[in-house]
Structures are given as structure tokens and as C-alpha cells.
Design a protein around this ligand. Structure first.
Ligand code: HEM
Length: 312
């Protein structure tokens, strides 16, 4: 890949900003795994021949997380939240969708994101560095308004939309193809709480809330794909798409905590580049860079070098 920033430099910038927390993910360090199923609706197979989209119910592993690299970060302060989903395919392999509450990415390139991390490092010079960054990186200013939602505190992990931001090419069995972006839409609707109300909430209230909800009933999200229009960028996750052509392609049903994984050396990695036949990664450089940066993080947190056989 032709890039001037290396995954190692990205990790250094992340550690400089968020601290080093051995054994944890470099970002989205605080999170919990849940189990459930995904069932595609009839529209899915018309758009992609991927085997988890043919209408049968497949197992799903879901991780909700706080975007910070600090595993002790409280839930009741603003931050981006993550929702990563791993689908088990009928042949036993897996494919992933990694999404977050921001509606657009803050940078157009890996270099831009690493520069942003460096500029955001807290200190006396931060406001000046961020102002300089903003003048050189129009993506930050362009995305501020639309991303305001990610700075709000959700009432629950189950009451906010998550967006995968990158474009993927979906190919159907008849040879047709189109680029799509993924959106997870909560069945419960979007609900937020004020900063004042959040103060009286507990440190881990988002996990506590989800566990309480799951004690009562499954939590559901629908998967929507937004189909690219002719002028929509398939390589820049910081640019909104003009297309409002959205199709609901399936339902994720989360039923409870996953207690078996991530013990005794088991390593779970949600990698947006882990696609399957019928789905292809676009040429978005950030999408490709993420896979390399995640491998660095995985090696640091688990000692495992992913190589060609990425852990599931
Ligand atoms: C160049 C840009 C990015 C860099 C350098 C980066 C870096 C990282 C790293 C190092 C991790 C920890 C991985 C692990 O140890 O398994 C992570 C996790 C995560 N990132 Fe990113 N990221 C980037 C862009 C994005 C984007 C665009 C999204 C959303 C669309 C995203 C969503 C997530 C989520 C949801 C997780 C947590 C996954 C889990 O629960 O295991 N990231 N990121």
C-alpha cells in the first residue's frame, strides 16, 4: 500500500494520546461481547450473493465499546461508541462489519487521521494545533456538524445508530454490482440523555443498561445499506453521500452476553477487511490501513502475529 504513515506510527500516535494499556485494544479498549443471530430479509440476496445474506439465520458475535483507548473510561462522558459484528458463515468462516456512532470519518486519509491524533494530544498547545489542523484538513470542519450526534450521550448502546463509513462493493448472483455503505438502525429508536442527566449515571451505565435490557428481551438492529449514486465517493469516508437510496437487508437479534470468548488465549479481532464472496473492499485507503493498524494492536495486546490466518 502506498502510504507515508506506517501502522507503527499510528499506534505511537494513539498511545501518545490515549496512554498505553497492556492487554487492551489500542482504541475501543473498554467493551463487552454479546451473542445473537442475523437473518437477512428478501432484498439482501438481490444485492449480494454473500452466504450470510441468503435468508438463513447465522450466528453473530457483537462487541459494543467506548471509542477511547483507556479501558477505565467512564460511560457518562461524550465519546464515539463502537459496534462491531462478526457473522459466522455457513462454511464456518466469518465476515465482519465494524461501525461507530460518528456519521462520517474525521479524515480522508490515514495520514490525516494520524495528524489529527497528534494535534488532539492534550496540552497547552492543543487549541493552536487543532486550529492549524482544521485549516489544513477541510474534512474535520466538514464533518463537525453531522458528527455532533456522536458527541451526545446515548441513553443506551441499543438506542443509537452505528455507521461503517467505508464503501463495499456488493455483487449479486446475476453479475450486477453496486457500492454500499452500512448503517445499523436500532429497533428501539435513537434516544440520548443530557450531560446533566448523565452525571447521575454510573461509570459503566451503558453496559449495565444493555445487560438489564437483555434480561427482559432481545435487542434488535436492522442493517440498512445505502446504495451509492453516480457521484458518491467510494474512497473517502469523510464525505457524505448524496444518495438516499437505502434498503433494509436484515435484522440482528442480540440475546445475551458472550462469556466463552476472549479467555485462555482466545483472540477476537473485528477487521473491516474480512469480507466474503459477494462483498469486496473498496479502494478506500483508510479501510486498507485499518487492517494493518489492527494487526499491530492485536500483536501488542495478545502477542499474536496475525499473518495470513487472522484470528477470528
Ligand atoms: C486510520 C483510521 C483508524 C485507525 C488507525 C484505527 C485504529 C484502531 C485500533 C488500533 C483499534 C483496536 C483494534 C484491535 O486491537 O482489535 C480499533 C478498534 C476499533 N475501531 Fe478503529 N481505527 C481507524 C478507523 C476506524 C473507523 C473508520 C471506524 C468505523 C467505521 C473504526 C471503528 C472501530 C471499532 C468499532 C473498533 C473496536 C472493534 C472491537 O470491538 O474489537 N475505526 N481502531
Amino acid at each position: 500500500m502506498n502510504t507515508v504513515v506506517t501502522p507503527g506510527e499510528a499506534m505511537d500516535a494513539i498511545h501518545d494520546l490515549e496512554g498505553t494499556h497492556p492487554g487492551f485494544r489500542a482504541l475501543h479498549a473498554k467493551g463487552s461481547l454479546y451473542r445473537g443471530t442475523f437473518t437477512a430479509g428478501p432484498e439482501a440476496a438481490k444485492l449480494s450473493s454473500a452466504s450470510h445474506l441468503d435468508g438463513r439465520t447465522v450466528a453473530a458475535l457483537v462487541r459494543f465499546s467506548n471509542g477511547s483507548g483507556d479501558p477505565t473510561r467512564a460511560d457518562n462522558v461524550p465519546h464515539v461508541r463502537g459496534m462491531a459484528v462478526k457473522f459466522t458463515l455457513p462454511d464456518g468462516k466469518t465476515t465482519d462489519i465494524s461501525s461507530q456512532t460518528a456519521r462520517l470519518f474525521t479524515a480522508s486519509t490515514p495520514e490525516g487521521f494520524v495528524d489529527f491524533l497528534r494535534a488532539a494530544k492534550p496540552g497547552l498547545g492543543t487549541p493552536l494545533r487543532l486550529a492549524k489542523y482544521a485549516t489544513q484538513n477541510p474534512a474535520l470542519v466538514r464533518t463537525l456538524k453531522v458528527n455532533a450526534v456522536a458527541a451526545k450521550i446515548p441513553a443506551s448502546y441499543a438506542t443509537i445508530e452505528y455507521h461503517a463509513l467505508h464503501a463495499f462493493r456488493w455483487s449479486d448472483a446475476s453479475g450486477g454490482s453496486r457500492f454500499v455503505r452500512y448503517h445499523w438502525v436500532p429497533e428501539a429508536g435513537e434516544h440520548f440523555i443530557s450531560l446533566l442527566a448523565a452525571r447521575s449515571k454510573g461509570h459503566d451505565f451503558l453496559n449495565d443498561d444493555l445487560d438489564a435490557r437483555l434480561g427482559e428481551a432481545p435487542v434488535r438492529f436492522t442493517l440498512q445499506v445505502q446504495i451509492a449514486g453516480p457521484d458518491d465517493s467510494t474512497v473517502d469516508p469523510s464525505v457524505a453521500w448524496a444518495s438516499d437510496d437505502r434498503v433494509t437487508v436484515g435484522t440482528l437479534e442480540i440475546v445475551g452476553l458472550e462469556t466463552e470468548r476472549e479467555h485462555d488465549g482466545d483472540v477476537v479481532v473485528f477487521d473491516p477487511m474480512r469480507v466474503t464472496a459477494g462483498i469486496e473492499a473498496s479502494d478506500d485507503p483508510i479501510l486498507h490501513f485499518r487492517s494493518l493498524a489492527y494487526s499491530e494492536s492485536v500483536e501488542l495486546r495478545s502477542g499474536i502475529s496475525r499473518g495470513p490466518d487472522a484470528p477470528n
